[in-house]
Ligand binder design. Structure first.
Ligand code: HEC
Length: 256
């Protein structure tokens, strides 16, 4: 008796809320599904809040499923909505807003999708028990297989640098792109009255002469037969920088 009097208003309120707001309903997914294919390249716009930045500069491996770029966006847009599995509502204690919370409250077992509550929830055959529950649509098969793959890969929280794969080598400008690199990495040794190796990288004409001789690219790409530049560096310049310099040289080392 007490129980039902307590639940009735809750039920009515809940129903009203559901009908008016379609809370927990994901228009975003259902509608975007066909328009926005799942991006497994890791090139989505990352939400860098709380992201480990130690791997910045590491290009994303297209075969690796990255929690932050690939999985969290799915959970965020389909499950972590207000009224479902956000921090405040946390239906059944499940919170799907951060890696730690997903692992813990979604009971994710690395390498074992079938043993992971999160995976069982999204693949449950009963639409009432499945997450997101009816009348919401189930996650798409590509989203489910991405989550499956992520768990099979160890449900890790690895990061990568999406920008590293998006190096723009078009219309490289000497003034904007090349000069600053030379200034910061090379001119300390390759300018003045006694430039290292007799190589001057000060004026555009001098830089272009070295570039067109093939020695510049040979040296910065650490090809055998060339002295590795910048001298004494443990790692070569970032790949994107090397690629830009190459594109500029290939374009004839213009003074643009
Ligand atoms: C710490 C000093 C130093 C820095 C920094 C440095 N270089 Fe050098 N570079 C040298 C020296 C010394 C040589 C001559 C090496 C030799 O002949 O053994 C040299 C040689 C070269 C050569 C000729 C290489 C060859 O094998 O023909 C090129 C090209 C060159 N540097 C370009 C660069 C560029 C581009 C940068 C910046 C990205 C750079 N260097 C940064 C000291 C430096």
């Amino acid at each position: 008796m007490q129980r039902s009097t307590f639940w009735l208003p809750v039920l009515v309120f809940g129903l009203g809320l559901a009908l008016s707001l379609f809370s927990c309903e994901h228009a975003p997914m259902g509608m975007d599904e066909d328009i926005t294919p799942i991006d497994t390249t890791g090139n989505n716009n990352p939400d860098t809040t709380g992201t480990d930045t130690t791997n910045m500069g590491t290009p994303c491996d297209p075969d690796v499923v990255y929690f932050e770029w690939d999985i969290l966006p799915i959970l965020r847009s389909n499950c972590a909505l207000s009224g479902c599995h956000d921090e405040i509502t946390h239906e059944e204690g499940v919170i799907l807003t951060t890696y730690a919370k997903v692992m813990e409250t979604g009971e994710v077992k690395a390498f074992n999708p079938g043993g992971s509550k999160l995976y069982r929830m999204i693949t449950d055959n009963d639409p009432e028990d499945r997450m997101p529950p009816a009348p919401n649509q189930a996650l798409s098969s590509s989203q489910i297989s991405l989550i499956n793959k992520w768990i099979l890969q160890g449900a890790k929280n690895e990061t990568c640098d999406p920008d590293a794969g998006l190096c723009n080598t078009e219309n490289v400008s000497y003034v904007q792109d090349i000069q600053p690199v030379l200034q910061n990495n090379c001119r300390g040794c390759h300018s003045g009255n006694t430039p290292s190796g007799g190589i001057l990288l000060d004026t555009h004409a001098n830089v272009a002469a070295i570039a067109n001789s093939g020695r510049m690219y040979g040296a910065i790409s650490w090809q055998s037969g060339f002295v590795r530049m910048p001298l004494g560096a443990v790692n070569p310049l970032p790949q994107c920088t090397v690629d830009k310099i190459k594109a500029w040289i290939d374009a004839g080392a213009p003074n643009n």
